[in-house]
Design a binder for this molecule. Structure first.
Ligand code: GRF
Length: 222
């Protein structure tokens, strides 16, 4: 049997998306995928407690690391864990360019809006949903994309829409989007891990076989 696909996670917050990945990939009947560790960008991040409970290794990036130190820390940790795929699940920092290059086509990020709208530097957390409400759009959603050198800019792998309703607040939109994130992120990671989708050298996302069930946005085959 081929080795398991080894998945590392980077996170900054409560880690509910990390949890969704653990729930999907950690069960014993999914031996060909493994969550090998989580890197938190700060001490005290809720994701660390979730990792502990799940028995997943964790590391915290040094608080005052310079760009070079940060890059070395990330590379060393991801290498140590022999990470095949890297998933940014609520990770607030920019991934250093050499890390993006070393894992090109193998790093995904989830963003709580329909990119290319409402993304980029400074667009995170409640700010995204506040901007959505202020813009008056009727549809927002979740996007999973390949990571490149800029915030929220890399090629899009999949998206799912979520309505914006009368009386919505940033919190109510965030909660509605988050439930979708928990479904779309594991599905996107599985699509990449299984080889159903890949990123080509020309930065195009190629679906080797259509994979998403458009009613449920889950794996058609699973
Ligand atoms: C999610 O909305 C994610 O899209 C964004 O940060 C939030 C993290 O939530 N990038 P959690 O830490 O996974 O609960």
């Amino acid at each position: 049997m081929p080795d398991a696909v080894r998945i590392a996670v980077l996170a900054s917050g409560g880690g509910s998306n990390f949890q969704a990945l653990v729930d999907r990939f950690q069960p014993a009947d999914v031996p060909d995928r493994e969550i090998v560790g989580v890197i938190a960008s700060r001490e005290g991040a809720g994701v660390l407690e979730r990792a502990r409970r799940a028995g997943v290794a964790s590391a915290v990036s040094p608080p005052s690391a310079t760009g070079d130190e940060m890059e070395m820390f990330l590379r060393r940790t991801l290498d140590e864990w022999r990470s095949d795929l890297v998933v940014l699940a609520g990770y607030m920092k920019l991934v250093p360019e050499t890390v993006v290059r070393a894992w090109w086509g193998r790093i995904l990020n989830i963003h709580p809006a329909l990119l290319p709208s409402f993304g980029g530097r400074g667009m995170y957390g409640a700010r995204v949903h506040r901007a959505v409400i202020e813009a008056g759009v009727r549809v927002t959603g979740a996007t999973v994309h390949f990571v490149d050198e800029a915030y929220d800019r890399g090629p899009i792998l999949c998206q799912w829409p979520v309505p914006v309703l009368a009386g919505d607040t940033p919190e109510s939109v965030a909660a509605r989007v988050l439930t979708v994130e928990h479904r779309i992120l594991p599905a996107a990671v599985e699509a990449l891990a299984s080889g159903a989708v890949r990123l080509d050298a020309d930065r195009r996302v190629r679906w080797v076989r259509e994979w998403f069930d458009t009613e449920t946005f889950t794996n058609r085959e699973g």
